[in-house]
Design a protein around this ligand. Structure first.
Ligand code: HPA
Length: 275
């Protein structure tokens, strides 16, 4: 694994000599954020050694290298999911490659269903913590000691400094960035109304099918992680509607300009983020 990561990173460095400091993973329907990046180099996942291509509509499958202001970024436009039938170590391979490139700060984004009654579609919610209800963990198997410890602490998975930085940026933008607990399930089915009631009782504010494997792998690597969910719909049974991937992508696109500004302004402030 360690050698594979080195090979993938070397391939990327061969296309563009770069030392990115911030990594970003874009979720369903949120790929248009890449329009904010300057001096871009685009590398399809299919060209990068050991990267799997995404199979999901709304996930482009490209690594974008470039700049946001003075900050060098590497953006994963499109991610891999457990429901695609992939082993979790393949799902987190791109994030581990970003760490191999030297990235220490990671922003995870996703589309999620709102469970908290205070949310409405179009809300952006800062991930405060997560519930891993996927039944898998990317660190299962022999520990890769070169990457991190056998039993990583998960107390501060979503970095408090990054969270307050994003809250500050949202405040300047004059909108209320809510905060909540993200629950990840395997999918690919959306939840039943009974499952949503259960998740609410268990403390979940929003639900989705991603993010947690990458957050775990990044935390294992010692990266500073933050996450933003875009509430694209109220979760099953909360409104008198059924759920469709198409509608979720449309709703995500509607909040694109606020989402993009939150990310760009935050990234610019991450330049000098010290311990
Ligand atoms: N459930 C699971 N994943 C999702 C949802 C949802 O309601 N909305 C967007 N991703």
């Amino acid at each position: 694994m360690y050698e594979k990561l080195g090979t993938a990173a070397k391939y990327i460095q061969g296309i563009k000599q770069t030392t990115p400091t911030v990594g970003i993973v874009l979720g369903s329907g949120l790929g248009a954020f890449v329009d904010q990046i300057e001096n871009t180099t685009v590398i399809p996942y299919s060209n990068i050694p050991f990267f799997r291509n995404t199979t999901v509509e709304g996930h482009e499958g490209r690594l974008i290298l470039g700049q946001v202001g003075a900050v060098e970024v590497a953006v994963l436009q499109g991610r891999l999911h457990v429901y695609e039938g992939l082993p979790t170590e393949e799902i987190v391979f791109p994030v581990r490659t970003l760490a191999t490139l030297g990235i220490e700060t990671l922003i995870l984004t996703n589309a999620a269903g709102g469970i908290n009654f205070d949310y409405t579609p179009g809300d952006l919610v800062l991930i405060e913590d997560h519930l891993n209800m996927m039944g898998v963990n990317p660190l299962i198997g022999p520990n890769l000691n070169e990457l991190g410890p056998r039993f990583p602490d998960m107390t501060l998975t979503y970095n408090p400094k990054l969270r307050s930085l994003m809250q500050e940026v949202a405040g300047k933008m004059d909108f209320n960035l809510k905060s909540g607990i993200y629950c990840a399930l395997q999918g690919p089915t959306y939840e039943t109304p009974a499952e949503i009631k259960m998740l609410r009782t268990l403390g979940a504010d929003m639900v989705g099918m991603s993010t947690v494997p990458e957050a775990i792998a990044a935390n294992h690597l010692g990266m500073k992680v933050c996450g933003v969910s875009c509430i694209t719909n109220m979760a099953a049974g909360m409104k008198n509607v059924t759920l469709k991937h198409e509608d979720i992508k449309i709703e995500a696109r509607k909040v694109m300009s606020r989402f993009s500004q939150l990310l760009t302004d935050s990234i610019k402030k991450m330049e000098n983020l010290n311990e």
